[in-house]
Ligand binder design. Structure first.
Ligand code: SF4
Length: 226
């Protein structure tokens, strides 16, 4: 059984795959916060801007097995508007791409679902807080460390650190086995264009002084998409 908060077709907003057409699958639940405001102050991750409780978001639900969920996600790539015109969206040449996120997706993503997505021609990405191991075969691994929670997943394609986080020094991560290192300004006003420029200024300054790191923006918020 898989529990999905929401799933939708969009453009990836962050990191090295920014701007790429993607099916996002947001799993229900996280191991670092319950998702309830009353628990936020004592959570292991305190700045979350995501609703990952329940299964009531767009295209969310409970799926009995990997085949059912994979079929559901495939249908989001093949959008009705494309089918109606007779021009399947993947006829344009881009490779199918699914991003499993959350909450914490590694509480649910397993080899069976991974295989079901690969069988449907999808490249599979995961965005994880890094406290759980990524199963073999994932095509794109994005780790976003949260606070001082111990990293289990210490290799991947991109490490994306929300910055600044109290007590978290980017230097702690620079020796890890990632291809890309991104700093992303913490969102001081989730859901809106930020007016507090301090986090942005801090990230820009850090990247200028430490060129191993690059600036990552939440471009989906600028574009006004999910
Ligand atoms: S680890 Fe990610 S999903 Fe979980 S509470 Fe933190 S920001 Fe939210």
């Amino acid at each position: 059984m898989y529990s999905v908060k929401e799933a939708f077709y969009t453009l990836q907003g962050e990191g090295a795959q920014s701007g790429r057409a993607s099916v996002f699958c947001r799993f229900t639940g996280c191991n670092l916060w319950s998702g309830r405001e009353v628990d936020r102050a004592r959570a292991q991750c305190t700045f979350c801007d995501t609703d990952f409780i329940g299964t009531d978001g767009q295209n969310g639900g409970r799926f009995a097995d990997a085949e059912a969920l994979a079929t559901h996600l495939e249908a989001l790539w093949q959008r009705p508007s494309d089918s109606a015109s007779g021009n399947p969206s993947d006829s344009t040449g881009g490779r199918r791409y699914v991003v499993f996120t959350g909450g914490e997706p590694l509480l649910q993503l397993d080899p069976t679902l991974l295989e079901a997505m690969h069988e449907r021609g999808f490249e599979v990405a995961v965005e994880t807080n890094g406290t759980l191991p990524v199963p073999p075969g994932v095509d794109w691994i994005c780790v976003s460390p949260k606070g001082d929670n111990k990293l289990v997943q210490t290799r991947g394609d991109e490490l994306k650190l929300v910055h600044p986080q109290p007590g978290v020094d980017p230097r702690h991560f620079t020796g890890l086995d990632f291809t890309h290192f991104f700093l992303q300004p913490i969102d001081p006003a989730p859901g809106r264009i930020a007016t507090d420029r301090a986090p942005m200024a801090s990230v820009v300054d850090y990247c200028l002084r430490h060129p191993q790191w690059r600036l990552s923006l939440q471009t989906h918020k600028i574009a006004g998409i999910d």
